[in-house]
Design a protein around this ligand. Structure first.
Ligand SMILES: Nc1ncnc2c1ncn2[C@@H]1O[C@H](COP(=O)(O)OP(=O)(O)OP(=O)(O)O)[C@@H](O)[C@H]1O
Ligand SMILES: [Mg+2]
Length: 510
Protein backbone atom coordinates (compact mmCIF):
# COMPACT_ATOMS: atom_id res chain seq x y z
CA UNK A 1 0.00 0.00 0.00
CA UNK A 2 1.32 3.49 -0.89
CA UNK A 3 1.92 5.89 1.97
CA UNK A 4 0.33 9.26 2.56
CA UNK A 5 -2.39 8.87 -0.03
CA UNK A 6 -5.95 9.93 0.72
CA UNK A 7 -7.77 6.64 1.33
CA UNK A 8 -10.96 7.97 2.94
CA UNK A 9 -12.69 11.16 1.97
CA UNK A 10 -16.04 12.14 3.46
CA UNK A 11 -17.58 15.43 2.35
CA UNK A 12 -20.71 17.30 3.40
CA UNK A 13 -21.87 14.56 5.72
CA UNK A 14 -25.07 15.27 7.63
CA UNK A 15 -27.05 13.02 9.93
CA UNK A 16 -30.07 13.67 12.10
CA UNK A 17 -31.73 11.62 14.78
CA UNK A 18 -35.15 12.53 16.15
CA UNK A 19 -34.62 15.92 17.77
CA UNK A 20 -30.84 15.97 17.22
CA UNK A 21 -28.70 17.09 14.33
CA UNK A 22 -25.75 14.85 15.12
CA UNK A 23 -23.69 15.82 12.06
CA UNK A 24 -23.96 18.99 10.03
CA UNK A 25 -22.00 19.18 6.78
CA UNK A 26 -18.92 17.45 8.18
CA UNK A 27 -15.80 16.60 6.19
CA UNK A 28 -13.14 14.10 7.08
CA UNK A 29 -10.03 12.79 5.37
CA UNK A 30 -7.70 9.96 6.22
CA UNK A 31 -4.43 9.04 4.54
CA UNK A 32 -2.61 5.75 4.40
CA UNK A 33 0.12 5.31 6.99
CA UNK A 34 -1.20 7.87 9.44
CA UNK A 35 -2.88 7.93 12.81
CA UNK A 36 -5.61 10.54 12.82
CA UNK A 37 -7.06 11.57 16.16
CA UNK A 38 -10.74 12.49 15.97
CA UNK A 39 -11.46 14.79 18.88
CA UNK A 40 -14.42 16.60 20.36
CA UNK A 41 -16.56 16.85 23.45
CA UNK A 42 -19.13 14.24 24.41
CA UNK A 43 -21.90 14.34 21.84
CA UNK A 44 -19.80 16.16 19.24
CA UNK A 45 -20.61 13.46 16.69
CA UNK A 46 -17.35 11.46 16.55
CA UNK A 47 -18.90 8.02 16.96
CA UNK A 48 -21.75 8.86 14.59
CA UNK A 49 -19.32 9.93 11.84
CA UNK A 50 -17.30 6.75 12.24
CA UNK A 51 -20.43 4.60 12.31
CA UNK A 52 -21.31 6.11 8.94
CA UNK A 53 -17.84 5.27 7.62
CA UNK A 54 -18.26 1.67 8.76
CA UNK A 55 -21.79 1.32 7.40
CA UNK A 56 -23.53 1.06 10.77
CA UNK A 57 -25.56 4.23 10.09
CA UNK A 58 -26.54 5.63 6.71
CA UNK A 59 -25.88 9.31 6.08
CA UNK A 60 -28.68 11.78 5.31
CA UNK A 61 -26.46 13.74 2.93
CA UNK A 62 -22.87 13.83 1.71
CA UNK A 63 -20.39 11.68 -0.17
CA UNK A 64 -18.12 8.89 0.99
CA UNK A 65 -15.06 7.78 -0.95
CA UNK A 66 -12.92 4.87 0.19
CA UNK A 67 -9.82 3.91 -1.82
CA UNK A 68 -11.05 6.13 -4.63
CA UNK A 69 -14.41 4.43 -4.94
CA UNK A 70 -17.61 6.28 -4.19
CA UNK A 71 -20.27 4.72 -1.98
CA UNK A 72 -23.86 5.83 -1.62
CA UNK A 73 -25.52 3.91 1.14
CA UNK A 74 -22.53 2.05 2.46
CA UNK A 75 -23.51 -1.21 4.15
CA UNK A 76 -21.53 -2.86 6.97
CA UNK A 77 -20.69 -5.75 4.61
CA UNK A 78 -19.36 -3.38 1.94
CA UNK A 79 -17.33 -1.48 4.49
CA UNK A 80 -15.84 -4.69 5.81
CA UNK A 81 -15.09 -5.97 2.31
CA UNK A 82 -13.11 -2.85 1.40
CA UNK A 83 -11.14 -3.13 4.64
CA UNK A 84 -12.82 -0.80 7.12
CA UNK A 85 -12.92 -2.19 10.64
CA UNK A 86 -14.29 -0.46 13.73
CA UNK A 87 -13.70 -1.03 17.39
CA UNK A 88 -16.78 0.35 19.03
CA UNK A 89 -16.74 2.60 22.06
CA UNK A 90 -19.29 0.58 23.96
CA UNK A 91 -18.20 -3.03 24.10
CA UNK A 92 -20.19 -4.80 21.50
CA UNK A 93 -19.86 -8.48 22.07
CA UNK A 94 -22.10 -11.42 22.77
CA UNK A 95 -21.40 -12.07 26.39
CA UNK A 96 -22.46 -15.72 26.32
CA UNK A 97 -20.27 -16.65 23.35
CA UNK A 98 -16.61 -17.55 23.50
CA UNK A 99 -13.74 -15.31 22.45
CA UNK A 100 -13.27 -17.20 19.16
CA UNK A 101 -17.00 -17.20 18.42
CA UNK A 102 -17.13 -13.47 18.95
CA UNK A 103 -14.10 -12.85 16.78
CA UNK A 104 -15.63 -14.75 13.85
CA UNK A 105 -19.22 -13.67 14.30
CA UNK A 106 -20.72 -13.11 10.86
CA UNK A 107 -17.66 -14.44 9.03
CA UNK A 108 -17.47 -17.95 10.39
CA UNK A 109 -15.09 -20.46 8.89
CA UNK A 110 -16.78 -23.59 7.50
CA UNK A 111 -15.58 -27.06 6.69
CA UNK A 112 -18.20 -28.31 4.28
CA UNK A 113 -21.52 -27.58 5.96
CA UNK A 114 -20.06 -27.58 9.45
CA UNK A 115 -18.51 -24.78 11.43
CA UNK A 116 -14.77 -25.32 11.66
CA UNK A 117 -14.36 -24.47 15.32
CA UNK A 118 -10.82 -25.73 15.48
CA UNK A 119 -9.74 -23.45 12.62
CA UNK A 120 -11.44 -20.44 14.20
CA UNK A 121 -9.87 -21.14 17.56
CA UNK A 122 -6.46 -21.55 15.94
CA UNK A 123 -6.78 -18.26 14.08
CA UNK A 124 -8.09 -16.51 17.20
CA UNK A 125 -5.17 -17.85 19.22
CA UNK A 126 -2.75 -16.61 16.56
CA UNK A 127 -4.11 -13.04 16.63
CA UNK A 128 -4.31 -12.98 20.43
CA UNK A 129 -0.76 -14.28 20.59
CA UNK A 130 0.45 -11.58 18.23
CA UNK A 131 -1.12 -9.01 20.52
CA UNK A 132 0.44 -10.77 23.51
CA UNK A 133 -3.02 -11.13 25.03
CA UNK A 134 -3.16 -13.96 27.50
CA UNK A 135 -6.72 -15.15 26.90
CA UNK A 136 -7.91 -18.55 25.73
CA UNK A 137 -10.07 -18.46 22.57
CA UNK A 138 -12.49 -20.78 24.37
CA UNK A 139 -13.18 -18.47 27.26
CA UNK A 140 -16.70 -17.04 27.52
CA UNK A 141 -16.50 -13.30 26.92
CA UNK A 142 -18.96 -12.38 29.66
CA UNK A 143 -16.64 -13.91 32.26
CA UNK A 144 -13.72 -11.65 31.33
CA UNK A 145 -12.99 -8.33 33.03
CA UNK A 146 -13.72 -5.21 30.98
CA UNK A 147 -10.09 -4.64 30.02
CA UNK A 148 -9.78 -8.15 28.58
CA UNK A 149 -13.07 -7.79 26.72
CA UNK A 150 -11.69 -4.62 25.20
CA UNK A 151 -8.57 -6.45 24.06
CA UNK A 152 -10.73 -9.12 22.43
CA UNK A 153 -12.65 -6.41 20.62
CA UNK A 154 -9.35 -5.04 19.32
CA UNK A 155 -8.13 -8.50 18.32
CA UNK A 156 -11.40 -9.04 16.48
CA UNK A 157 -10.94 -5.90 14.39
CA UNK A 158 -7.33 -6.79 13.61
CA UNK A 159 -8.21 -10.31 12.53
CA UNK A 160 -10.12 -8.85 9.56
CA UNK A 161 -6.94 -7.46 7.95
CA UNK A 162 -8.23 -3.93 8.09
CA UNK A 163 -6.74 -1.18 5.91
CA UNK A 164 -8.81 1.49 7.64
CA UNK A 165 -9.01 0.87 11.34
CA UNK A 166 -11.28 2.95 13.53
CA UNK A 167 -10.69 2.83 17.26
CA UNK A 168 -13.38 4.51 19.31
CA UNK A 169 -11.98 4.99 22.83
CA UNK A 170 -9.91 1.82 22.77
CA UNK A 171 -7.88 2.56 25.88
CA UNK A 172 -10.57 3.70 28.29
CA UNK A 173 -10.58 0.33 30.05
CA UNK A 174 -7.00 -0.81 29.54
CA UNK A 175 -4.08 -1.10 31.94
CA UNK A 176 -0.94 0.86 31.13
CA UNK A 177 0.78 -2.35 30.05
CA UNK A 178 -2.07 -3.16 27.67
CA UNK A 179 -2.00 0.41 26.34
CA UNK A 180 1.70 0.02 25.55
CA UNK A 181 0.95 -3.18 23.66
CA UNK A 182 -1.83 -1.46 21.77
CA UNK A 183 0.40 1.45 20.79
CA UNK A 184 3.02 -0.96 19.57
CA UNK A 185 0.41 -2.62 17.36
CA UNK A 186 -0.85 0.72 16.08
CA UNK A 187 2.67 1.77 15.08
CA UNK A 188 3.15 -1.52 13.28
CA UNK A 189 -0.12 -1.14 11.37
CA UNK A 190 0.82 2.41 10.45
CA UNK A 191 4.17 1.26 9.12
CA UNK A 192 2.27 -1.22 6.94
CA UNK A 193 0.29 1.64 5.40
CA UNK A 194 -2.92 1.20 7.36
CA UNK A 195 -4.91 4.37 8.08
CA UNK A 196 -6.02 4.61 11.68
CA UNK A 197 -8.69 6.78 13.22
CA UNK A 198 -8.14 7.19 16.91
CA UNK A 199 -10.85 8.60 19.18
CA UNK A 200 -9.92 9.32 22.78
CA UNK A 201 -10.64 11.64 25.65
CA UNK A 202 -7.25 10.88 27.16
CA UNK A 203 -5.51 13.75 25.48
CA UNK A 204 -2.21 13.13 27.21
CA UNK A 205 -1.76 9.84 25.37
CA UNK A 206 -2.09 11.38 21.89
CA UNK A 207 1.55 12.46 21.85
CA UNK A 208 2.62 8.80 21.78
CA UNK A 209 0.99 7.89 18.49
CA UNK A 210 -0.91 10.64 16.72
CA UNK A 211 0.16 12.27 13.43
CA UNK A 212 -2.80 14.53 12.73
CA UNK A 213 -5.95 15.67 14.50
CA UNK A 214 -9.45 16.50 13.31
CA UNK A 215 -11.58 18.44 15.74
CA UNK A 216 -15.36 18.51 15.86
CA UNK A 217 -17.74 20.52 17.96
CA UNK A 218 -21.55 20.25 18.18
CA UNK A 219 -21.83 18.11 15.06
CA UNK A 220 -19.64 20.40 12.99
CA UNK A 221 -16.18 20.16 11.51
CA UNK A 222 -13.87 22.69 13.16
CA UNK A 223 -10.36 22.04 11.88
CA UNK A 224 -7.66 19.51 10.97
CA UNK A 225 -3.95 19.94 11.59
CA UNK A 226 -0.64 18.26 12.16
CA UNK A 227 -0.34 17.23 15.76
CA UNK A 228 3.16 18.69 15.96
CA UNK A 229 1.88 22.14 15.11
CA UNK A 230 -0.53 22.52 18.05
CA UNK A 231 -0.49 22.44 21.83
CA UNK A 232 -2.92 20.47 23.95
CA UNK A 233 -4.41 23.69 25.28
CA UNK A 234 -5.11 24.84 21.73
CA UNK A 235 -6.75 21.51 20.96
CA UNK A 236 -8.92 21.79 24.05
CA UNK A 237 -9.91 25.34 23.16
CA UNK A 238 -11.00 24.16 19.68
CA UNK A 239 -12.97 21.28 21.20
CA UNK A 240 -14.74 23.25 23.85
CA UNK A 241 -14.97 26.60 22.10
CA UNK A 242 -13.48 28.33 25.12
CA UNK A 243 -10.55 27.98 27.45
CA UNK A 244 -10.72 25.71 30.46
CA UNK A 245 -8.99 27.43 33.32
CA UNK A 246 -8.92 24.84 36.03
CA UNK A 247 -8.77 21.19 35.08
CA UNK A 248 -8.98 20.03 38.69
CA UNK A 249 -11.09 22.44 40.71
CA UNK A 250 -10.65 21.51 44.35
CA UNK A 251 -12.79 23.15 47.01
CA UNK A 252 -11.56 23.52 50.53
CA UNK A 253 -13.88 22.25 53.26
CA UNK A 254 -13.43 21.70 56.93
CA UNK A 255 -13.12 18.01 57.77
CA UNK A 256 -16.16 17.14 59.86
CA UNK A 257 -17.28 14.12 61.79
CA UNK A 258 -16.81 10.52 60.81
CA UNK A 259 -19.61 9.32 58.52
CA UNK A 260 -18.61 5.92 57.34
CA UNK A 261 -16.40 3.15 58.55
CA UNK A 262 -15.42 -0.16 57.04
CA UNK A 263 -13.72 -2.60 59.42
CA UNK A 264 -11.78 -5.69 58.38
CA UNK A 265 -13.81 -6.32 55.26
CA UNK A 266 -13.08 -9.60 53.50
CA UNK A 267 -14.74 -10.60 50.24
CA UNK A 268 -13.03 -13.06 47.96
CA UNK A 269 -9.40 -12.89 46.93
CA UNK A 270 -9.47 -9.25 45.92
CA UNK A 271 -10.77 -7.75 49.18
CA UNK A 272 -8.61 -8.73 52.12
CA UNK A 273 -8.90 -7.13 55.51
CA UNK A 274 -9.90 -3.74 54.13
CA UNK A 275 -10.46 -1.04 56.76
CA UNK A 276 -10.96 2.67 56.19
CA UNK A 277 -12.99 5.68 57.30
CA UNK A 278 -14.71 8.50 55.46
CA UNK A 279 -15.39 11.91 56.98
CA UNK A 280 -17.70 14.79 56.21
CA UNK A 281 -16.14 17.46 54.05
CA UNK A 282 -13.58 15.30 52.28
CA UNK A 283 -13.19 13.28 49.13
CA UNK A 284 -11.19 10.08 49.32
CA UNK A 285 -9.55 8.74 46.17
CA UNK A 286 -8.74 5.05 45.77
CA UNK A 287 -5.59 4.68 43.72
CA UNK A 288 -3.88 1.53 42.51
CA UNK A 289 -3.12 -0.51 39.46
CA UNK A 290 -5.90 -2.11 37.50
CA UNK A 291 -6.93 -5.25 39.36
CA UNK A 292 -5.87 -3.99 42.79
CA UNK A 293 -9.25 -4.80 44.32
CA UNK A 294 -10.73 -1.32 44.36
CA UNK A 295 -13.79 -2.14 42.24
CA UNK A 296 -14.30 -5.33 44.25
CA UNK A 297 -14.22 -3.31 47.47
CA UNK A 298 -16.97 -0.98 46.27
CA UNK A 299 -19.02 -3.93 45.05
CA UNK A 300 -18.73 -5.74 48.37
CA UNK A 301 -19.73 -2.63 50.30
CA UNK A 302 -22.67 -1.99 47.99
CA UNK A 303 -23.89 -5.57 48.47
CA UNK A 304 -23.34 -6.76 44.90
CA UNK A 305 -20.81 -9.38 45.94
CA UNK A 306 -21.10 -11.34 49.20
CA UNK A 307 -18.93 -10.41 52.16
CA UNK A 308 -17.13 -13.07 54.15
CA UNK A 309 -16.50 -10.97 57.22
CA UNK A 310 -16.18 -7.43 58.37
CA UNK A 311 -18.31 -4.60 59.65
CA UNK A 312 -19.80 -1.50 58.09
CA UNK A 313 -20.80 1.46 60.23
CA UNK A 314 -22.78 4.48 59.12
CA UNK A 315 -22.84 7.44 61.51
CA UNK A 316 -21.46 5.13 64.16
CA UNK A 317 -24.19 2.50 63.79
CA UNK A 318 -23.60 -0.91 62.23
CA UNK A 319 -25.53 -1.50 59.02
CA UNK A 320 -26.22 -4.86 57.48
CA UNK A 321 -25.95 -4.86 53.70
CA UNK A 322 -26.80 -8.05 51.84
CA UNK A 323 -27.98 -6.48 48.58
CA UNK A 324 -27.72 -3.19 46.72
CA UNK A 325 -31.26 -2.49 47.88
CA UNK A 326 -30.09 -2.62 51.52
CA UNK A 327 -27.27 -0.24 50.66
CA UNK A 328 -29.50 2.25 48.82
CA UNK A 329 -32.01 2.18 51.70
CA UNK A 330 -29.20 2.87 54.14
CA UNK A 331 -28.00 5.79 52.02
CA UNK A 332 -24.93 4.21 50.44
CA UNK A 333 -24.81 4.32 46.65
CA UNK A 334 -22.42 3.29 43.88
CA UNK A 335 -21.88 4.60 40.36
CA UNK A 336 -20.22 1.50 38.86
CA UNK A 337 -17.37 1.09 36.43
CA UNK A 338 -19.08 -0.86 33.65
CA UNK A 339 -21.96 1.43 32.88
CA UNK A 340 -23.48 -0.60 30.08
CA UNK A 341 -23.69 -3.75 32.17
CA UNK A 342 -24.25 -2.47 35.70
CA UNK A 343 -25.03 1.21 35.56
CA UNK A 344 -27.70 1.76 32.94
CA UNK A 345 -30.68 0.18 31.25
CA UNK A 346 -29.77 1.22 27.73
CA UNK A 347 -33.21 0.29 26.38
CA UNK A 348 -34.99 2.54 28.86
CA UNK A 349 -35.34 6.31 28.65
CA UNK A 350 -33.23 8.71 30.67
CA UNK A 351 -36.40 9.40 32.65
CA UNK A 352 -36.87 5.77 33.67
CA UNK A 353 -33.21 5.24 34.40
CA UNK A 354 -33.31 8.10 36.85
CA UNK A 355 -36.72 7.28 38.28
CA UNK A 356 -36.27 3.52 38.78
CA UNK A 357 -33.91 3.49 41.77
CA UNK A 358 -35.83 6.40 43.26
CA UNK A 359 -39.38 5.07 43.06
CA UNK A 360 -39.63 5.19 46.83
CA UNK A 361 -39.29 8.97 46.60
CA UNK A 362 -41.62 9.35 43.62
CA UNK A 363 -44.59 7.19 44.59
CA UNK A 364 -47.46 8.19 46.80
CA UNK A 365 -48.90 5.82 49.38
CA UNK A 366 -50.94 3.99 46.76
CA UNK A 367 -47.82 3.29 44.74
CA UNK A 368 -48.67 5.74 41.95
CA UNK A 369 -45.71 7.60 40.45
CA UNK A 370 -46.05 11.37 40.59
CA UNK A 371 -45.07 12.59 37.13
CA UNK A 372 -44.59 16.11 38.46
CA UNK A 373 -41.98 14.88 40.92
CA UNK A 374 -40.47 12.66 38.27
CA UNK A 375 -40.20 15.57 35.83
CA UNK A 376 -38.60 17.75 38.49
CA UNK A 377 -36.11 15.04 39.44
CA UNK A 378 -35.10 14.42 35.82
CA UNK A 379 -34.87 18.10 34.94
CA UNK A 380 -32.64 18.65 37.93
CA UNK A 381 -30.29 15.85 36.89
CA UNK A 382 -30.15 17.07 33.28
CA UNK A 383 -29.51 20.67 34.39
CA UNK A 384 -27.02 19.87 37.11
CA UNK A 385 -24.90 17.64 34.93
CA UNK A 386 -25.62 19.34 31.61
CA UNK A 387 -26.72 16.07 30.05
CA UNK A 388 -26.85 16.71 26.32
CA UNK A 389 -30.21 15.43 25.10
CA UNK A 390 -33.31 16.86 23.37
CA UNK A 391 -35.52 15.52 26.19
CA UNK A 392 -35.55 12.94 28.97
CA UNK A 393 -37.61 10.43 27.00
CA UNK A 394 -34.67 9.52 24.75
CA UNK A 395 -33.33 5.97 25.27
CA UNK A 396 -30.25 6.13 27.47
CA UNK A 397 -28.48 3.83 24.99
CA UNK A 398 -28.71 6.50 22.28
CA UNK A 399 -26.79 9.09 24.26
CA UNK A 400 -23.14 9.68 23.57
CA UNK A 401 -20.83 7.70 25.86
CA UNK A 402 -20.04 10.56 28.17
CA UNK A 403 -23.64 11.56 28.51
CA UNK A 404 -24.55 8.00 29.46
CA UNK A 405 -22.07 8.26 32.30
CA UNK A 406 -23.77 11.43 33.47
CA UNK A 407 -27.10 9.59 33.69
CA UNK A 408 -25.46 6.90 35.85
CA UNK A 409 -24.33 9.58 38.25
CA UNK A 410 -27.49 11.65 37.86
CA UNK A 411 -29.82 9.04 39.28
CA UNK A 412 -28.11 9.17 42.66
CA UNK A 413 -28.24 12.94 42.88
CA UNK A 414 -31.90 12.88 43.72
CA UNK A 415 -31.42 10.85 46.88
CA UNK A 416 -30.19 12.19 50.13
CA UNK A 417 -27.41 9.68 50.26
CA UNK A 418 -24.82 9.66 53.06
CA UNK A 419 -22.08 7.88 51.16
CA UNK A 420 -21.48 8.09 47.42
CA UNK A 421 -18.96 5.76 45.79
CA UNK A 422 -17.80 6.39 42.24
CA UNK A 423 -15.88 3.80 40.25
CA UNK A 424 -13.86 5.43 37.44
CA UNK A 425 -16.40 8.26 37.19
CA UNK A 426 -14.75 10.16 34.35
CA UNK A 427 -13.91 7.30 32.07
CA UNK A 428 -14.73 8.29 28.49
CA UNK A 429 -15.78 11.76 29.54
CA UNK A 430 -14.51 14.88 27.79
CA UNK A 431 -12.42 17.57 29.47
CA UNK A 432 -15.27 19.96 30.09
CA UNK A 433 -17.62 17.26 31.38
CA UNK A 434 -14.88 15.95 33.68
CA UNK A 435 -14.84 19.31 35.36
CA UNK A 436 -18.62 19.05 35.74
CA UNK A 437 -18.28 15.66 37.43
CA UNK A 438 -15.57 17.05 39.75
CA UNK A 439 -17.80 19.96 40.61
CA UNK A 440 -20.57 17.52 41.34
CA UNK A 441 -18.29 15.59 43.70
CA UNK A 442 -17.28 18.86 45.32
CA UNK A 443 -20.92 19.77 45.72
CA UNK A 444 -21.58 16.49 47.55
CA UNK A 445 -18.52 17.09 49.72
CA UNK A 446 -19.78 20.54 50.67
CA UNK A 447 -23.13 19.01 51.64
CA UNK A 448 -21.37 16.80 54.16
CA UNK A 449 -21.76 13.62 52.13
CA UNK A 450 -18.91 11.14 52.33
CA UNK A 451 -17.47 10.82 48.83
CA UNK A 452 -15.04 8.19 47.65
CA UNK A 453 -13.92 7.42 44.13
CA UNK A 454 -11.82 4.82 42.41
CA UNK A 455 -9.63 6.15 39.64
CA UNK A 456 -6.68 4.97 37.64
CA UNK A 457 -5.92 8.49 36.47
CA UNK A 458 -3.20 9.64 38.80
CA UNK A 459 -3.55 13.41 38.14
CA UNK A 460 -7.24 13.18 38.87
CA UNK A 461 -6.75 11.39 42.19
CA UNK A 462 -4.09 13.89 43.20
CA UNK A 463 -6.08 16.89 41.99
CA UNK A 464 -9.54 16.13 43.35
CA UNK A 465 -9.16 13.90 46.40
CA UNK A 466 -8.19 15.20 49.83
CA UNK A 467 -6.97 11.86 51.04
CA UNK A 468 -5.68 8.97 48.95
CA UNK A 469 -5.98 5.32 49.87
CA UNK A 470 -3.76 3.03 47.82
CA UNK A 471 -4.57 -0.62 47.23
CA UNK A 472 -2.48 -3.46 45.92
CA UNK A 473 -3.52 -7.06 45.46
CA UNK A 474 -6.70 -6.78 47.55
CA UNK A 475 -5.16 -4.95 50.49
CA UNK A 476 -4.81 -1.35 51.53
CA UNK A 477 -1.10 -0.61 51.38
CA UNK A 478 -0.99 3.10 52.05
CA UNK A 479 -2.87 6.23 52.98
CA UNK A 480 -1.59 9.58 51.77
CA UNK A 481 -2.48 13.23 51.90
CA UNK A 482 -3.27 14.25 48.32
CA UNK A 483 -1.74 17.69 48.73
CA UNK A 484 1.63 16.34 49.79
CA UNK A 485 2.13 13.12 47.88
CA UNK A 486 3.73 12.44 44.49
CA UNK A 487 2.93 10.04 41.68
CA UNK A 488 6.01 8.08 42.55
CA UNK A 489 4.98 7.65 46.14
CA UNK A 490 1.54 6.43 45.08
CA UNK A 491 3.13 3.97 42.66
CA UNK A 492 5.40 2.63 45.38
CA UNK A 493 2.39 1.70 47.48
CA UNK A 494 0.44 0.51 44.44
CA UNK A 495 3.12 -2.10 43.74
CA UNK A 496 3.70 -3.21 47.32
CA UNK A 497 2.97 -6.87 46.77
CA UNK A 498 3.32 -9.40 49.55
CA UNK A 499 5.75 -11.79 47.94
CA UNK A 500 8.58 -11.61 45.49
CA UNK A 501 6.85 -13.48 42.69
CA UNK A 502 3.86 -11.15 42.68
CA UNK A 503 6.19 -8.18 42.83
CA UNK A 504 7.80 -9.06 39.53
CA UNK A 505 4.38 -9.31 37.99
CA UNK A 506 3.45 -5.95 39.44
CA UNK A 507 6.42 -4.07 38.12
CA UNK A 508 5.65 -5.49 34.69
CA UNK A 509 2.17 -4.03 34.98
CA UNK A 510 3.27 -0.61 36.14
N1 LIG B 1 -28.98 6.13 17.67
C1 LIG B 1 -29.17 7.39 18.09
N2 LIG B 1 -30.41 7.89 18.31
C2 LIG B 1 -30.59 9.16 18.72
N3 LIG B 1 -29.61 10.04 18.95
C3 LIG B 1 -28.34 9.62 18.74
C4 LIG B 1 -28.05 8.27 18.31
N4 LIG B 1 -26.70 8.16 18.20
C5 LIG B 1 -26.18 9.35 18.55
N5 LIG B 1 -27.16 10.23 18.86
C6 LIG B 1 -26.96 11.64 19.24
O1 LIG B 1 -26.07 12.23 18.30
C7 LIG B 1 -25.16 13.13 18.94
C8 LIG B 1 -23.72 12.73 18.65
O2 LIG B 1 -23.44 11.53 19.35
P1 LIG B 1 -22.07 10.74 19.22
O3 LIG B 1 -22.27 9.44 19.92
O4 LIG B 1 -21.65 10.69 17.81
O5 LIG B 1 -21.07 11.66 20.06
P2 LIG B 1 -19.52 11.43 20.40
O6 LIG B 1 -18.77 12.57 19.83
O7 LIG B 1 -19.11 10.07 20.00
O8 LIG B 1 -19.52 11.58 22.00
P3 LIG B 1 -18.70 10.77 23.17
O9 LIG B 1 -17.37 11.40 23.27
O10 LIG B 1 -19.49 11.03 24.40
O11 LIG B 1 -18.68 9.34 22.79
C9 LIG B 1 -25.51 13.10 20.43
O12 LIG B 1 -26.34 14.20 20.72
C10 LIG B 1 -26.27 11.80 20.59
O13 LIG B 1 -27.19 11.88 21.65
MG1 LIG C 1 -18.59 8.40 21.04
Amino acid sequence: MRMNEVIVSMQGISKSFPGVKALDNVRFELRSGEVMALLGENGAGKSTLMKILSGVYTRDAGTIEIFGKSYGDLTPKQAQAVGVAIIHQELNMCRHLTVAENMFLGREIYKGFMLDNAAMEREAARVLGELKIDISPRQVVGDLPVSKQQMVEIAKALSTNARVLIMDEPTSALTSKEIDDLFRIIRQLRANGCGIVYISHRLEELAHIVDRVTIMRDGQYITSMNFQDVTLDEIIAHMVGREIKEKFPRVECEKGKKVFEVKHLNAGRMVRDVSFELYEGEIVGFAGLMGAGRTETTRAIFGVDPKESGEILLDGKPVSICSPQDAIQAGIVLAPEDRKKDGLCTKLSIRHNIALPNLDLLCNRLGVVSTTKEDAMCDQAVDNLKIKTPNVDVDAGNLSGGNQQKVVVGKWLARNSRVVMFDEPTRGIDVAAKVEIYNLMNQLKQQGIAVMFVSSEMPEVMGIADRIIVMCDGRITGELSARETTQNEILTYATRFENKFAQDEGSAKA
